[in-house]
Design a protein around this ligand. Structure first.
Ligand code: AMP
Length: 285
């Protein structure tokens, strides 16, 4: 009988929805679990799903309860779990930042020496501050870290920040970043040979790669071709095809989605026309 791969997914919180969407986009056809049911399966692949808190995923994977899991890199680091990080998933991006109240004098991490800091990431905080020779009194709090200074519980906080709006709302100001995080696929340490693990990594990777790129098409006069292709931020060589109109070519290239914003006006300024960008569904390098 084929051994089925078990995958732990966040059952709630910020990583739940994007993890599910990624799995759906991968084509394995995950089945929604029934209400208050913690297990499900995929229709198109030999994968069983277990829904647990993102915080618990590193331990579940480390202890072999499941083969793989999706969680935050900060949680893997904080729990100090022995797992292999198989893939960065490109969502759940945030950074662990130190912040003080607006009226505080501190301007950099070094200014936290000897001060009291509230965080739900005490291990990462202690390690990152220790590396910089900063000795601080770290208080572990489970949640609502950002109100700690106002409650008089701490002088500063170390907390996850994505947009910075929670800091602003609570009258706090960032004085430095200690760790960058995003959602990751993790597997049990040293279990590369688990059936299906490499396939899952490749398939999810093809989706995350694809999401980070756009397929770009445009037409240009052949005499403009060198100038236009010189500014394409593409890794490979673009495809160039003759059009029916003599002296005109169509160019196709894969470009990072993040560059599209600045690239399109640059192409237009160099004579490109009929510029199209299309989403990519899968991409294997
Ligand atoms: P949860 O507590 O279940 O909502 O999941 C929290 C996880 O989401 C964190 O451990 C991070 O990996 C990730 N995350 C992404 N952005 C943020 C943010 N702004 N605040 C807290 N967690 C975030």
């Amino acid at each position: 009988m084929t051994r089925r791969l078990t995958l732990a997914l966040p059952s709630k919180g910020r990583l739940r929805e994007p993890s599910w969407t990624l799995l759906e986009a991968s084509g394995v056809d995950p089945q929604e679990p029934g209400e208050r049911v913690l297990q499900s399966h995929c229709r198109n692949a030999a994968i069983d799903l277990l829904f647990v808190r993102a915080d618990d995923v590193p331990e579940y994977v480390q202890d072999g309860i499941v083969d793989c899991g999706i969680t935050g890199l900060d949680l893997v680091e904080e729990r100090q779990c022995e797992v292999d990080v198989l893939l960065r998933l490109g969502f759940g991006k945030c950074s662990l930042q130190a912040a003080v109240s607006l009226e505080d004098d501190a301007t950099e991490l070094g200014d936290l020496h000897g001060r009291r800091i509230a965080t739900s990431h005490p291990r990462i905080a202690a390690a990152a501050l220790g590396e910089r020779g900063v000795q601080a009194d770290i208080v572990r709090v489970g949640g609502a870290v950002e109100i700690s200074p106002r409650l008089g519980l701490a002088d500063a906080i170390i907390d996850l920040v994505s947009t910075g709006s929670t800091l602003r709302t609570n009258g706090l100001r960032s004085i430095g970043t200690l760790f960058e995080s995003e959602a990751v696929l993790v597997g049990r340490a040293g279990s590369e040979d688990v059936i299906g693990r490499r396939v899952l990594t490749t398939v999810l990777g093809s989706v995350t790669n694809a999401r980070a790129n756009r397929y770009l098409l445009f037409n240009v006069l052949r005499e403009q071709l060198a100038e236009v292709t010189a500014i394409l931020p593409t890794k490979g060589s673009p495809t160039v095809m003759d059009l029916a109109t003599p002296g005109t070519v169509a160019v196709h290239a894969l470009v990072p989605a993040a560059d599209i914003w600045s690239l399109l006006p640059e192409l237009e300024a160099r004579g490109a026309s009929s510029i199209l960008t299309l989403p990519v569904e899968r991409m294997l390098p």
